[in-house]
Design a protein. Sequence first.
Length: 310
Amino acid sequence: MPARDGRSAIRWLIVAPLWAGVLGAGIFFAALGLVLALHTDRLLPGKEDTWMILACFAATAVALFRGYDTPVRSYPALVGRLVGGLVTGALVIFGVAAFADAHRAWFADSGVGFAALGALGIALPLGRRHGRRVLGALCDSPSARWRAAAGAAALALAAACALSARVRCSLGSGASCFRAAQHAHDEADDALAVRLAERGCALDDDGACAMAGHAYWQGIDLGPTAPARRDRKRAEGLLRSGCALGAPEACSDLSLVELERGCEGYSASACHALGDAYGRGAGVRRNPNEASRFFQQACLLGDVEACAAR
């Protein structure tokens, strides 16, 4: 009998609060990751603090009523559960915060790391608490299978929103389109990158406008079977939008596009300025051959200094 009482004390003082705290912390971090992802991309109205306060209340409530094995029978038991769950949940949160600080690269992309840890924190205690019952219900009841499928679909959608910039782009986030375009560019899929950047520009993201405009100005690589394609008119429109939205790189590229048009219109000063930009690598990649070509054009148009510079 004493041994049974000892096991019961350990269970209620350590084991149950630990699992409740893990569940509460998991809900908190899953909400944190989702809020960071959606708020950073301007898909979530209001302030981050408001949403996180709601997440804290939800995490505490679920940890109290789903993190323990039996219902509350007295107020002292309720207070004990609250204190135990909050203390262990706070310890888990502080531990994860320290881990995140030591591995910032894993937690830098819009809360993805927090969302993944939150999902793990939710799955472990719920699997321990309800795993056998859920598996039994899935085997015996078709309605339980439908409910499980609906829940899995909802979780998959939430995870996709947190983990996939392309999903958030399709939901109307210009910043996510820009992120997805950068990823596509890193994967050497420039055609996809430009399509995503153009969508981001249409959603008023300045970086996406700058990226798409630069690609159309320099020429889009459409793959090994198709030549690179330039579209200066389209580039100029995208760069104007990006510059108006506040992207300095778009303004810089726009000035070079206008100089290029001026040089083609036989402006010696425009050709000279382009030669100087390519020679110094100012706003473009340094290219001595292009610099020499533009200086040569400026010289032929009567710019004496350009003749000396070529």
